[in-house]
Design a binder for this molecule. Structure first.
Ligand code: 13P
Length: 249
């Protein structure tokens, strides 16, 4: 299956530096995309970035959306608004939102359903904490998160699942290929149980301190169909090294 490498810029970037970054990335994309490439800028920059990445083949995504399509929700962004700006994807259930905004699995499933209604691909994030891993509960935790966060109607065309162990995010502590293989095999099994044959075609991304030096190894693991990249996605050379590690088949 064609890999997807997605950059999550998180809450970083003003128009000037984001335009420079987009230009540098587009220059690299000029030679062709070895896999599908997605950039998820802060909401304030999506419109500008849609124009900056126009004709590059790189698609744009949001970092979160509300579960409702519109309404009195001050400060929130609805999935149809992201679609209106030209987004193809939206991240839901990132561990930073689970942590900072107390987002539950049920809420994340509602957000993913809202993404689907708007015609967006939902990237549903999962991952255990350091304590949960130390206690030997990593598999149980991610399995429960997947069961609770996957909305009815999920298909390979509208859903991507990203395994991002919380302890690996922004720390430089990458999960070992063996740890990643174990969790991704479990997620694949669970997706097949939930969706039948379609479960084999849902892309599974790994995220957590993916960088130019470890991308080849991580993207070669069974059932790893791409990467969700934080810090390294802010550096065009590093991001492109990761994109280049993505497989086209
Ligand atoms: P880092 O790549 O900075 O560890 O962040 C991963 C992440 O949270 C992507 O969503």
């Amino acid at each position: 299956m064609r890999s997807l490498v997605a950059g999550n810029w998180k809450m970083n970037g003003l128009a000037s530096d984001a335009l420079d970054r987009a230009q540098a990335i587009c220059a690299k994309a000029g030679d062709g995309l070895p896999c599908d490439v997605l950039v998820c800028p802060p909401a304030t920059l999506i419109g500008t970035m849609t124009r900056a990445f126009q004709d590059s083949g790189i698609t744009l995504g949001g970092q979160d959306c509300h579960a409702e399509d519109s309404g009195a929700y001050t400060g929130d962004v609805a999935a149809p608004m992201l679609a209106d700006l030209g987004c193809s994807h939206v991240i839901v259930g990132h561990s930073e939102r689970r942590r900072d905004h107390a987002e539950s699995d049920a809420l994340i499933a509602s957000k993913a359903a809202a993404a689907h209604r708007a015609g967006l691909v939902a990237i549903i994030c999962l991952g255990e904490s350091a304590t949960e891993r130390e206690e030997g509960r990593a598999s149980d935790v991610v399995s429960a998160q997947l069961a609770g966060s996957l909305p009815p109607g999920a298909t390979p065309d509208n859903t991507v699942v990203a395994y991002e162990p919380v302890w690996a995010i922004g720390t430089g502590n990458t999960a070992t290929p063996a740890d990643v293989a174990e969790i991704h095999a479990l997620l694949r099994q669970q997706l097949v149980a939930a969706l039948g044959e379609d479960g084999n075609n849902v892309r599974l991304l790994y995220g957590g301190s993916v960088n130019a030096g470890n991308a080849d190894e991580l993207l070669a693991v069974d059932h790893v169909n791409g990467a969700l990249v934080g810090g390294a996605s802010l550096k065009p050379d590093d991001f492109w090294a990761i994109v280049s590690a993505g497989r086209s088949a």
